[in-house]
Unconditional design. Sequence first.
Length: 261
Amino acid sequence: MSEHSGHTAHNARVWNYWLGGKDHYAVDQQVGDQVTSMYPSIGQVARADREFLGRAVRHLAGEAGIRQFLDIGTGLPTAENTHEVAQRIAPDARVVYVDNDPIVLAHARALLTSSPEGATSYIDADAHDPDAILRSAADILDFERPVAVMLLGILNFILDTEEATAIVRRLVDAVPSGSYLVLTHPTLELGGEGNTEAMAFWNANAKPPITARTGAEIAAFFDGLDLIPPGLVSCSRWRADATPGHESLQVAQFGGVARKP
Ligand SMILES: C[S@@+](CC[C@H](N)C(=O)[O-])C[C@H]1O[C@@H](n2cnc3c(N)ncnc32)[C@H](O)[C@@H]1O
């Protein structure tokens, strides 16, 4: 029986459950609930991550004038997918989505609703093989023009930090000056108590295995790039509109956006 048959919880579906979606099996819900019992803020982390995606893409498509997005580790379609956010501002935006989960592939049609002026496509590929991703993405993206490389909640599934760094370097080397790297990553800092236990439970019961990293390790992914203000912060606080005294809740997930000089 395939591990995608519904007998093993998978990240894309559990993430969908935490986001309030419907595309998951009972096993995903059970594992999702167990994680929540150990690490109660995980639902807030998932929502904050998506809200960060919205703010980052609005900034990039708007002020920064970016028209090409390579969104690796896309997840199941949900509200406010990257192309919807970008094309609302720039109808000619071109977006390539990449994930390696068959259930995401099965739902990918919902990600392929481009505006007529722009384009979207979906690549079924593994982040461990950035060369394959870059080769396929070149059908839609012009790598002579700036690209926003988006790695939201995915480097945490590349367990070896040297390999994760090499993947980021390969992707960033493939895009020209004026491109951006957008990244979120879980951490045990920023009040991530309970997450150690929750991640150990995840690794024993679900796929793929996950790791947290320190702020210093995550900052190193941006080496050679210029982090735009406010830098690497809890993703819930990255350019969040906050009235004094009502700052958004800090979540244990770093988020940052950097420009390639
Ligand atoms: C935590 S979800 C994040 C989804 C979305 N980027 C977001 O921020 O809401 C991580 C996604 O990465 C995908 N993923 C995990 N490992 C991967 C790999 N090696 N290659 C491609 N995708 C992967 C999972 O299938 C899942 O859909």
